[in-house]
Design a protein around this ligand. Structure first.
Ligand SMILES: Cc1cc2nc3c(=O)[nH]c(=O)nc-3n(C[C@H](O)[C@H](O)[C@H](O)COP(=O)(O)O)c2cc1C
Length: 329
């Protein structure tokens, strides 16, 4: 059997093959962040037939202050539970397990929320160029709580997992990257300091959701730029996340977001992903530039990852996963 079609069985999740639909913002919510029919129809179309065993729903904001854009999905208060319950049902009906990606945009937050724009340090957001206010320790504790309550809502809605977003220049990535974290307290400095907030978020979520509920973490593992985070950082971080109870690591880019400035090869983050996979005992997802089943198979064969995320190819062609599975049957 092909590698791609080999099931992945973990203590908490059984996946029928190695394909993952990674989180992709659709902007199909209205200003209130609620699930819309358009959003339900979109996920229904993408997952029909049960060819994608794990779908990670697009980033959803855990608090209004950390909202990234006008029509982003929300997990910020209990009024969203009804809608996201419907969303989980659509995915389950089609045979997919579903995770919700939880996000705080930090300095990348949407200017029109009326809230202060906050971040680990007073460094302009690399893309939006917002200049944020530095978070106090008390504000950091509040954000940890907001991740926790968002995870509780997700579990209540019947989701199978949560994913903590620490990639693509959003808040947790801003703590992780030495480019955006210049703090001199315990939340800055070396890699252990820069992932302190992550470890607090993981612990808070774990205590709230219990031992059996899977926690994924999307790590913007490398910045691919001078003075940015390195492969060495990501290996230390990955091991700490595993120890703290993360069940699956999802590897992507950091301040460079989801492209690698040095490579457009299929699986262009594999130079970071493979050493991470070798350093931990939990499954690792690799995403970026993969457009054919053969490319996915090759990356699995060479041990670059355990699971393969395919984003834009599925966005373009809703039958992509069906065709990939049938290619190897
Ligand atoms: C329209 C669009 C929206 C995205 N939204 C998110 C998101 O909400 N969260 C996230 O972690 N990544 C997001 N990404 C990145 C994708 O998950 C993925 O990592 C990226 O598209 C590279 O994979 P691909 O080459 O298979 O598309 C988005 C990408 C696209 C194209």
């Amino acid at each position: 059997m092909s590698h791609l079609l080999t099931p992945l069985v973990t203590k908490k999740l059984t996946l029928s093959n190695r394909l993952v639909m990674p989180p992709m913002a659709t902007a199909k919510s209205k200003g209130d962040g609620k699930v819309t029919k358009e959003l339900l129809d979109y996920y229904d179309e993408k997952t029909k037939g049960g060819y994608i065993p794990l779908v990670i729903i697009e980033h959803s904001f855990i608090t209004e202050q950390g909202k990234a854009s006008e029509n982003q999905l929300s997990v910020a208060d209990d009024s969203v539970i009804e809608g996201i319950t419907e969303l989980a049902k659509v995915l389950h009906k089609n045979g997919s397990k579903v995770a919700m990606q939880l996000n705080h945009a930090g300095s990348g937050s949407y200017e029109s929320t009326g809230f202060d724009i906050v971040a680990p340090s007073v460094i302009a957001h690399p893309v939006k160029h917002n200049v944020p206010i530095e978070l106090t320790r008390d504000q950091i504790k509040k954000i940890v709580e907001e991740f926790k309550t968002a995870a509780i809502r997700t579990k209540k809605a019947g989701f199978d997992a949560v994913e903590i977003h620490s990639a693509h220049a959003y808040l947790l990535n801003q703590f992780y990257s030495p480019i955006t974290n210049k703090r001199t307290d315990e939340y800055g400095g070396d890699i252990k300091g820069r992932i302190r907030i992550h470890l607090e978020v993981i612990k808070a979520i774990r205590e709230a959701v219990g031992e059996d509920f899977p926690i994924l973490l999307r790590l913007g593992a490398g910045d691919y730029t001078e003075g940015g985070s390195t492969v060495e950082d990501s290996i230390i971080a990955a091991k700490e996340f595993e120890k703290a109870g993360v069940d699956i690591l999802d590897i992507s880019g950091g301040i460079c977001r989801y492209t690698n400035p040095n490579s457009t090869e299929p699986g262009y983050f594999s130079d970071t992903c493979k050493p991470i996979k070798e350093a931990v005992n939990i499954p690792v997802i690799l995403t970026g530039g993969i457009t054919t089943a053969e490319q996915a198979e090759k990356l699995l064969d060479k041990g670059a990852a355990d699971l393969i995320g395919v984003g834009r190819a599925i966005l373009k062609n809703s039958l992509w996963a069906k065709e990939a599975v049938e290619y190897f049957k």
